[in-house]
Design a binder for this molecule. Sequence first.
Ligand SMILES: Nc1ncnc2c1ncn2[C@@H]1O[C@H](COP(=O)(O)OP(=O)(O)OP(=O)(O)O)[C@@H](O)[C@H]1O
Length: 412
Amino acid sequence: MASTGASSEKTSVQVALRIRPLTEEDVRTLPPRFQRQVLSTPPQAPNQVIVSGEKKQSYNFDHVFNQETSQSEIFEKAVLKLIDKFIEGYNVTILAYGQTSSGKTYTMGTSDSSKIPADQKGIVPRAMRSLFDIINSPQYKSRKFQIKVSFIEIYNEDLIDLLGEGEGPQVTIREDSKGHILWSGLQEIKVNSADEVMGHLSRGSSNRQVGATDMNQKSSRSHAIFSVTMIQHKFMSNTGGGSRSMTPEIPELKSGIRPPSRSSSRLSNKRSDDGSGEWTSVTSKFHFVDLAGSERLKKTGTVGDRVKEGISINSGLLALGNVISALGDISKAKQITHIPYRDSKLTRLLQDSLGGNAQTLMIACVSGAEYNLDETVNTLKYANRARNIKNSAFVNQEEVEMKLKHSELLML
Ligand SMILES: Nc1ncnc2c1ncn2[C@@H]1O[C@H](COP(=O)(O)OP(=O)(O)OP(=O)(O)O)[C@@H](O)[C@H]1O
Protein backbone atom coordinates (compact mmCIF):
# COMPACT_ATOMS: atom_id res chain seq x y z
CA MET A 1 0.00 0.00 0.00
CA ALA A 2 1.34 3.35 -0.94
CA SER A 3 1.89 6.12 1.47
CA THR A 4 0.82 9.21 -0.40
CA GLY A 5 1.72 12.58 0.86
CA ALA A 6 2.09 11.31 4.41
CA SER A 7 5.23 11.90 6.33
CA SER A 8 6.94 9.17 8.25
CA GLU A 9 7.25 9.63 12.01
CA LYS A 10 10.36 8.36 13.77
CA THR A 11 9.21 7.17 17.16
CA SER A 12 10.83 5.16 19.91
CA VAL A 13 9.02 2.17 21.28
CA GLN A 14 7.31 3.50 24.40
CA VAL A 15 7.67 1.40 27.51
CA ALA A 16 5.39 1.62 30.53
CA LEU A 17 6.00 -0.26 33.74
CA ARG A 18 3.03 -1.45 35.74
CA ILE A 19 3.55 -2.75 39.26
CA ARG A 20 0.65 -4.84 40.44
CA PRO A 21 -0.46 -4.90 44.07
CA LEU A 22 -0.45 -8.08 46.15
CA THR A 23 -3.35 -10.27 45.12
CA GLU A 24 -5.61 -12.05 47.58
CA GLU A 25 -3.80 -15.22 46.63
CA ASP A 26 -0.40 -13.66 47.43
CA VAL A 27 -1.67 -12.62 50.84
CA ARG A 28 -3.06 -16.09 51.46
CA THR A 29 -0.13 -18.11 50.20
CA LEU A 30 3.10 -16.10 50.60
CA PRO A 31 4.86 -15.85 53.95
CA PRO A 32 4.82 -12.20 55.09
CA ARG A 33 8.54 -11.70 54.49
CA PHE A 34 8.09 -12.58 50.78
CA GLN A 35 5.19 -10.14 50.50
CA ARG A 36 7.52 -7.22 51.25
CA GLN A 37 7.49 -4.65 48.39
CA VAL A 38 10.89 -4.27 46.72
CA LEU A 39 10.08 -1.55 44.19
CA SER A 40 9.67 2.12 44.95
CA THR A 41 8.87 5.12 42.79
CA PRO A 42 10.56 8.36 43.94
CA PRO A 43 8.10 11.28 44.02
CA GLN A 44 10.68 13.59 42.41
CA ALA A 45 11.19 11.19 39.45
CA PRO A 46 7.80 9.74 38.56
CA ASN A 47 9.14 7.77 35.58
CA GLN A 48 11.76 5.97 37.61
CA VAL A 49 11.63 2.80 39.64
CA ILE A 50 14.16 1.77 42.28
CA VAL A 51 14.80 -1.81 43.28
CA SER A 52 15.52 -2.00 46.97
CA GLY A 53 18.69 -3.78 47.98
CA GLU A 54 22.31 -2.94 48.37
CA LYS A 55 22.78 -1.44 44.93
CA LYS A 56 19.48 0.45 44.79
CA GLN A 57 19.39 -0.14 41.04
CA SER A 58 17.15 2.33 39.19
CA TYR A 59 15.42 2.09 35.80
CA ASN A 60 13.65 4.75 33.77
CA PHE A 61 10.59 4.22 31.61
CA ASP A 62 8.18 6.39 29.65
CA HIS A 63 5.59 5.78 32.35
CA VAL A 64 5.72 4.08 35.72
CA PHE A 65 2.37 3.00 37.13
CA ASN A 66 2.49 1.93 40.75
CA GLN A 67 0.25 -0.40 42.76
CA GLU A 68 -2.42 2.27 43.18
CA THR A 69 -2.79 3.15 39.50
CA SER A 70 -6.28 2.45 38.19
CA GLN A 71 -7.18 0.84 34.87
CA SER A 72 -8.65 4.13 33.65
CA GLU A 73 -5.52 6.12 34.48
CA ILE A 74 -3.34 3.73 32.47
CA PHE A 75 -5.73 4.00 29.57
CA GLU A 76 -5.83 7.79 29.67
CA LYS A 77 -2.11 8.33 30.13
CA ALA A 78 -0.63 5.69 27.85
CA VAL A 79 -3.28 4.45 25.41
CA LEU A 80 -5.72 7.21 24.46
CA LYS A 81 -3.23 9.07 22.27
CA LEU A 82 -2.55 5.83 20.39
CA ILE A 83 -6.23 5.64 19.45
CA ASP A 84 -5.91 9.06 17.85
CA LYS A 85 -2.85 7.78 15.96
CA PHE A 86 -4.79 4.71 14.82
CA ILE A 87 -7.58 6.92 13.46
CA GLU A 88 -4.99 9.11 11.74
CA GLY A 89 -3.93 5.94 9.90
CA TYR A 90 -0.89 4.68 11.80
CA ASN A 91 -0.43 1.05 12.80
CA VAL A 92 -0.39 0.66 16.55
CA THR A 93 0.79 -2.23 18.71
CA ILE A 94 0.47 -2.66 22.46
CA LEU A 95 2.38 -5.57 23.98
CA ALA A 96 1.99 -6.79 27.55
CA TYR A 97 5.16 -8.46 28.83
CA GLY A 98 5.89 -10.04 32.20
CA GLN A 99 6.06 -13.26 34.21
CA THR A 100 3.01 -15.38 34.81
CA SER A 101 0.48 -13.73 37.09
CA SER A 102 2.10 -10.30 36.78
CA GLY A 103 -1.10 -8.73 35.42
CA LYS A 104 -0.75 -8.89 31.61
CA THR A 105 -4.26 -10.15 30.95
CA TYR A 106 -5.75 -7.89 33.61
CA THR A 107 -4.03 -4.85 32.11
CA MET A 108 -4.89 -5.71 28.50
CA GLY A 109 -8.42 -6.86 29.27
CA THR A 110 -8.11 -9.75 26.83
CA SER A 111 -10.28 -12.02 29.01
CA ASP A 112 -13.08 -9.51 29.20
CA SER A 113 -16.59 -10.56 30.17
CA SER A 114 -19.79 -8.90 31.35
CA LYS A 115 -18.92 -10.01 34.88
CA ILE A 116 -15.94 -7.64 35.06
CA PRO A 117 -16.98 -4.36 36.75
CA ALA A 118 -16.56 -1.18 34.69
CA ASP A 119 -13.65 0.16 36.76
CA GLN A 120 -11.71 -3.12 36.31
CA LYS A 121 -12.00 -3.18 32.52
CA GLY A 122 -8.69 -3.42 30.72
CA ILE A 123 -7.24 -1.72 27.67
CA VAL A 124 -9.04 -3.57 24.86
CA PRO A 125 -12.62 -2.85 25.99
CA ARG A 126 -11.75 0.77 26.79
CA ALA A 127 -9.98 1.22 23.47
CA MET A 128 -12.91 -0.23 21.53
CA ARG A 129 -15.51 1.97 23.28
CA SER A 130 -13.36 4.99 22.68
CA LEU A 131 -12.71 4.12 19.01
CA PHE A 132 -16.40 3.66 18.18
CA ASP A 133 -17.36 6.81 20.12
CA ILE A 134 -14.87 8.83 18.08
CA ILE A 135 -15.70 7.46 14.65
CA ASN A 136 -19.45 7.82 15.29
CA SER A 137 -19.05 11.45 16.30
CA PRO A 138 -20.22 14.25 13.95
CA GLN A 139 -16.62 15.11 13.12
CA TYR A 140 -16.26 11.84 11.17
CA LYS A 141 -19.68 11.86 9.53
CA SER A 142 -18.13 12.28 6.09
CA ARG A 143 -15.97 9.18 6.32
CA LYS A 144 -16.89 5.59 5.84
CA PHE A 145 -15.30 3.02 8.12
CA GLN A 146 -14.89 -0.72 7.74
CA ILE A 147 -13.59 -2.52 10.80
CA LYS A 148 -12.55 -6.16 11.07
CA VAL A 149 -11.15 -8.19 13.94
CA SER A 150 -9.01 -11.31 14.14
CA PHE A 151 -7.52 -13.25 17.02
CA ILE A 152 -4.50 -15.51 16.78
CA GLU A 153 -2.68 -17.65 19.28
CA ILE A 154 0.89 -18.89 18.99
CA TYR A 155 1.54 -22.03 20.94
CA ASN A 156 4.64 -24.16 20.37
CA GLU A 157 5.21 -22.28 17.08
CA ASP A 158 1.74 -23.30 15.83
CA LEU A 159 -0.59 -20.52 14.70
CA ILE A 160 -4.14 -21.07 15.92
CA ASP A 161 -7.07 -19.00 14.64
CA LEU A 162 -9.12 -18.33 17.76
CA LEU A 163 -12.08 -16.99 15.75
CA GLY A 164 -12.04 -19.78 13.16
CA GLU A 165 -14.81 -22.34 13.13
CA GLY A 166 -13.94 -25.98 12.49
CA GLU A 167 -11.01 -26.88 10.30
CA GLY A 168 -10.13 -23.63 8.60
CA PRO A 169 -7.27 -22.90 6.24
CA GLN A 170 -3.78 -22.93 7.68
CA VAL A 171 -2.63 -19.57 8.95
CA THR A 172 0.55 -18.46 7.24
CA ILE A 173 2.83 -15.44 7.31
CA ARG A 174 4.31 -13.99 4.15
CA GLU A 175 6.06 -10.87 3.01
CA ASP A 176 4.93 -8.90 -0.03
CA SER A 177 7.27 -7.35 -2.57
CA LYS A 178 7.45 -4.15 -0.53
CA GLY A 179 8.46 -6.00 2.60
CA HIS A 180 5.08 -5.72 4.34
CA ILE A 181 4.18 -8.67 6.53
CA LEU A 182 0.88 -10.31 5.56
CA TRP A 183 -0.99 -12.84 7.63
CA SER A 184 -3.21 -15.10 5.56
CA GLY A 185 -5.76 -17.83 6.22
CA LEU A 186 -6.99 -15.99 9.30
CA GLN A 187 -10.71 -15.27 9.88
CA GLU A 188 -11.29 -11.54 9.78
CA ILE A 189 -14.75 -10.67 11.04
CA LYS A 190 -16.53 -7.43 10.20
CA VAL A 191 -17.77 -5.50 13.21
CA ASN A 192 -20.00 -2.46 13.65
CA SER A 193 -19.83 -1.74 17.37
CA ALA A 194 -17.67 -2.11 20.45
CA ASP A 195 -20.09 -4.75 21.77
CA GLU A 196 -19.58 -6.86 18.67
CA VAL A 197 -15.81 -6.58 19.06
CA MET A 198 -16.03 -7.65 22.69
CA GLY A 199 -18.25 -10.62 21.76
CA HIS A 200 -15.56 -11.90 19.39
CA LEU A 201 -12.82 -11.24 21.92
CA SER A 202 -14.54 -13.30 24.60
CA ARG A 203 -15.38 -16.11 22.15
CA GLY A 204 -11.71 -16.22 21.10
CA SER A 205 -10.51 -16.14 24.70
CA SER A 206 -12.69 -19.10 25.57
CA ASN A 207 -11.35 -21.00 22.54
CA ARG A 208 -7.88 -20.28 23.85
CA GLN A 209 -8.72 -22.12 27.02
CA VAL A 210 -10.83 -24.96 25.66
CA GLY A 211 -7.93 -26.31 23.64
CA ALA A 212 -5.64 -26.49 26.65
CA THR A 213 -4.71 -29.80 28.19
CA ASP A 214 -3.26 -27.95 31.13
CA MET A 215 -5.05 -24.64 31.13
CA ASN A 216 -2.74 -22.55 33.23
CA GLN A 217 0.35 -23.98 31.71
CA LYS A 218 -0.92 -23.23 28.24
CA SER A 219 -2.25 -19.75 28.86
CA SER A 220 1.04 -18.71 30.41
CA ARG A 221 3.13 -20.32 27.64
CA SER A 222 1.16 -19.09 24.62
CA HIS A 223 1.02 -15.67 22.99
CA ALA A 224 -2.28 -14.15 21.87
CA ILE A 225 -2.69 -11.30 19.39
CA PHE A 226 -6.07 -9.61 19.02
CA SER A 227 -6.06 -7.39 15.94
CA VAL A 228 -8.38 -4.67 14.72
CA THR A 229 -8.03 -3.56 11.10
CA MET A 230 -9.72 -0.34 10.08
CA ILE A 231 -10.18 0.91 6.54
CA GLN A 232 -11.51 4.43 6.25
CA HIS A 233 -12.58 6.01 3.01
CA LYS A 234 -12.60 9.73 2.75
CA PHE A 235 -13.39 12.15 -0.02
CA MET A 236 -10.85 14.93 -0.27
CA SER A 237 -12.27 17.87 -2.18
CA ASN A 238 -9.99 20.11 -4.17
CA THR A 239 -10.81 23.38 -2.52
CA GLY A 240 -8.77 26.42 -3.30
CA GLY A 241 -6.79 26.09 -0.10
CA GLY A 242 -5.91 22.42 -0.67
CA SER A 243 -7.62 19.14 0.09
CA ARG A 244 -10.12 18.80 2.86
CA SER A 245 -12.63 16.19 3.89
CA MET A 246 -16.13 16.77 2.54
CA THR A 247 -18.89 17.25 5.05
CA PRO A 248 -21.78 15.68 3.05
CA GLU A 249 -22.50 12.12 3.99
CA ILE A 250 -20.80 9.50 1.88
CA PRO A 251 -23.21 7.28 -0.05
CA GLU A 252 -23.13 3.54 0.34
CA LEU A 253 -20.90 2.34 -2.48
CA LYS A 254 -22.24 -0.73 -4.19
CA SER A 255 -19.06 -2.60 -5.02
CA GLY A 256 -16.64 -2.07 -2.24
CA ILE A 257 -14.97 1.28 -2.21
CA ARG A 258 -14.33 1.84 -5.88
CA PRO A 259 -16.99 3.75 -7.80
CA PRO A 260 -17.49 2.82 -11.50
CA SER A 261 -14.45 3.72 -13.49
CA ARG A 262 -14.49 7.03 -15.31
CA SER A 263 -12.06 9.00 -17.31
CA SER A 264 -9.76 10.62 -14.85
CA SER A 265 -8.53 13.20 -17.31
CA ARG A 266 -12.07 14.45 -17.89
CA LEU A 267 -12.60 15.07 -14.22
CA SER A 268 -9.22 15.77 -12.85
CA ASN A 269 -8.99 19.31 -14.08
CA LYS A 270 -12.25 20.43 -12.57
CA ARG A 271 -12.09 23.48 -10.40
CA SER A 272 -12.29 23.08 -6.68
CA ASP A 273 -15.63 24.79 -6.17
CA ASP A 274 -17.59 22.27 -8.29
CA GLY A 275 -17.16 19.50 -5.75
CA SER A 276 -14.40 17.58 -7.51
CA GLY A 277 -11.81 15.77 -5.48
CA GLU A 278 -10.49 12.33 -4.89
CA TRP A 279 -11.19 9.30 -2.77
CA THR A 280 -8.51 7.98 -0.55
CA SER A 281 -8.48 4.97 1.69
CA VAL A 282 -6.45 4.72 4.84
CA THR A 283 -5.81 1.33 6.43
CA SER A 284 -4.49 0.93 9.94
CA LYS A 285 -4.00 -2.06 12.19
CA PHE A 286 -4.12 -2.21 15.96
CA HIS A 287 -2.51 -5.26 17.56
CA PHE A 288 -3.12 -6.05 21.22
CA VAL A 289 -0.54 -8.62 22.25
CA ASP A 290 -0.76 -10.68 25.43
CA LEU A 291 2.64 -12.37 25.56
CA ALA A 292 3.44 -15.67 27.23
CA GLY A 293 4.73 -15.54 30.79
CA SER A 294 8.39 -14.58 30.71
CA GLU A 295 9.52 -16.66 33.68
CA ARG A 296 12.65 -18.67 33.09
CA LEU A 297 12.08 -20.84 36.09
CA LYS A 298 8.85 -22.18 37.36
CA LYS A 299 8.23 -21.97 41.04
CA THR A 300 6.88 -25.24 42.34
CA GLY A 301 6.68 -27.20 45.52
CA THR A 302 5.66 -26.04 48.92
CA VAL A 303 4.80 -22.38 49.06
CA GLY A 304 7.68 -20.30 50.24
CA ASP A 305 10.40 -22.89 50.01
CA ARG A 306 11.33 -21.45 46.62
CA VAL A 307 11.88 -24.84 45.05
CA LYS A 308 12.33 -24.18 41.36
CA GLU A 309 11.96 -26.45 38.41
CA GLY A 310 13.80 -25.45 35.28
CA ILE A 311 11.78 -25.08 32.10
CA SER A 312 13.05 -23.83 28.81
CA ILE A 313 12.21 -20.23 28.02
CA ASN A 314 9.51 -19.80 25.42
CA SER A 315 11.19 -19.66 22.01
CA GLY A 316 9.09 -16.68 20.88
CA LEU A 317 10.16 -14.60 23.85
CA LEU A 318 13.76 -15.60 23.35
CA ALA A 319 13.57 -14.49 19.72
CA LEU A 320 11.74 -11.30 20.75
CA GLY A 321 14.56 -10.54 23.19
CA ASN A 322 17.13 -11.06 20.43
CA VAL A 323 15.20 -8.80 18.04
CA ILE A 324 14.96 -6.13 20.75
CA SER A 325 18.71 -6.38 21.39
CA ALA A 326 19.61 -6.19 17.71
CA LEU A 327 17.32 -3.21 17.14
CA GLY A 328 18.64 -1.50 20.24
CA ASP A 329 22.19 -2.05 19.00
CA ILE A 330 21.34 -0.48 15.64
CA SER A 331 20.02 2.63 17.36
CA LYS A 332 23.16 2.85 19.42
CA ALA A 333 25.73 1.95 16.75
CA LYS A 334 23.76 3.43 13.81
CA GLN A 335 24.80 0.52 11.63
CA ILE A 336 22.82 -2.22 9.98
CA THR A 337 22.87 -5.47 11.87
CA HIS A 338 20.95 -8.62 11.03
CA ILE A 339 17.59 -8.56 12.81
CA PRO A 340 16.51 -12.15 13.53
CA TYR A 341 12.78 -11.69 12.85
CA ARG A 342 12.59 -15.11 11.20
CA ASP A 343 13.65 -16.98 14.31
CA SER A 344 10.09 -17.32 15.59
CA LYS A 345 6.49 -16.92 14.49
CA LEU A 346 5.98 -14.24 17.14
CA THR A 347 8.75 -11.98 15.85
CA ARG A 348 7.71 -12.60 12.25
CA LEU A 349 4.09 -11.63 13.01
CA LEU A 350 5.24 -8.54 14.89
CA GLN A 351 7.99 -7.54 12.46
CA ASP A 352 6.20 -4.33 11.44
CA SER A 353 5.66 -3.40 15.09
CA LEU A 354 9.30 -3.69 16.08
CA GLY A 355 11.58 -1.35 14.19
CA GLY A 356 9.01 -1.02 11.41
CA ASN A 357 5.83 0.80 10.52
CA ALA A 358 4.00 1.10 13.84
CA GLN A 359 3.59 3.12 16.97
CA THR A 360 4.40 0.62 19.69
CA LEU A 361 3.81 0.57 23.42
CA MET A 362 5.20 -2.20 25.61
CA ILE A 363 3.65 -2.55 29.04
CA ALA A 364 6.00 -4.40 31.34
CA CYS A 365 3.98 -5.97 34.15
CA VAL A 366 5.65 -6.87 37.41
CA SER A 367 4.78 -7.87 40.93
CA GLY A 368 6.47 -5.72 43.54
CA ALA A 369 6.71 -8.58 46.06
CA GLU A 370 10.06 -9.83 47.30
CA TYR A 371 9.03 -13.36 46.27
CA ASN A 372 9.18 -12.33 42.59
CA LEU A 373 12.34 -10.23 42.79
CA ASP A 374 14.45 -12.22 40.28
CA GLU A 375 11.77 -12.24 37.61
CA THR A 376 10.90 -8.62 38.27
CA VAL A 377 14.52 -7.54 37.69
CA ASN A 378 14.65 -9.64 34.49
CA THR A 379 11.51 -7.88 33.25
CA LEU A 380 12.90 -4.43 34.12
CA LYS A 381 16.08 -5.14 32.13
CA TYR A 382 14.25 -6.65 29.16
CA ALA A 383 11.75 -3.80 28.96
CA ASN A 384 14.41 -1.17 29.42
CA ARG A 385 16.26 -2.42 26.33
CA ALA A 386 13.07 -2.11 24.29
CA ARG A 387 13.19 1.66 24.78
CA ASN A 388 16.14 1.80 22.36
CA ILE A 389 14.03 0.60 19.43
CA LYS A 390 13.20 3.25 16.86
CA ASN A 391 10.17 2.72 14.65
CA SER A 392 9.37 4.56 11.48
CA ALA A 393 5.62 4.89 11.27
CA PHE A 394 3.65 6.35 8.38
CA VAL A 395 0.01 6.70 7.43
CA ASN A 396 -1.04 3.84 5.13
CA GLN A 397 -2.89 5.97 2.64
CA GLU A 398 -3.86 5.10 -0.89
CA GLU A 399 -5.76 6.95 -3.58
CA VAL A 400 -8.66 4.71 -4.43
CA GLU A 401 -10.27 6.80 -7.08
CA MET A 402 -9.21 9.13 -9.76
CA LYS A 403 -10.62 12.64 -9.73
CA LEU A 404 -14.36 12.51 -9.47
CA LYS A 405 -17.07 14.99 -8.68
CA HIS A 406 -18.61 14.45 -5.30
CA SER A 407 -22.02 15.26 -6.78
CA GLU A 408 -21.56 12.43 -9.30
CA LEU A 409 -20.75 10.08 -6.49
CA LEU A 410 -23.91 11.00 -4.71
CA MET A 411 -25.89 9.90 -7.77
CA LEU A 412 -24.33 6.44 -7.92
N1 LIG B 1 -3.19 -4.00 38.87
C1 LIG B 1 -3.90 -5.00 39.42
N2 LIG B 1 -4.81 -4.74 40.38
C2 LIG B 1 -5.53 -5.73 40.93
N3 LIG B 1 -5.40 -7.03 40.60
C3 LIG B 1 -4.52 -7.36 39.65
C4 LIG B 1 -3.72 -6.37 39.02
N4 LIG B 1 -2.92 -6.99 38.11
C5 LIG B 1 -3.22 -8.29 38.19
N5 LIG B 1 -4.17 -8.53 39.11
C6 LIG B 1 -4.70 -9.85 39.49
O1 LIG B 1 -3.60 -10.75 39.52
C7 LIG B 1 -3.93 -12.03 38.99
C8 LIG B 1 -2.99 -12.39 37.85
O2 LIG B 1 -3.17 -11.46 36.79
P1 LIG B 1 -3.20 -11.90 35.26
O3 LIG B 1 -4.05 -13.11 35.04
O4 LIG B 1 -3.57 -10.68 34.50
O5 LIG B 1 -1.69 -12.31 35.04
P2 LIG B 1 -0.95 -12.71 33.67
O6 LIG B 1 0.33 -11.98 33.67
O7 LIG B 1 -1.84 -12.50 32.51
O8 LIG B 1 -0.70 -14.26 33.91
P3 LIG B 1 -0.45 -15.47 32.83
O9 LIG B 1 0.84 -15.17 32.14
O10 LIG B 1 -0.35 -16.67 33.72
O11 LIG B 1 -1.62 -15.51 31.90
C9 LIG B 1 -5.39 -11.93 38.57
O12 LIG B 1 -6.19 -12.43 39.62
C10 LIG B 1 -5.62 -10.43 38.40
O13 LIG B 1 -6.97 -10.08 38.62
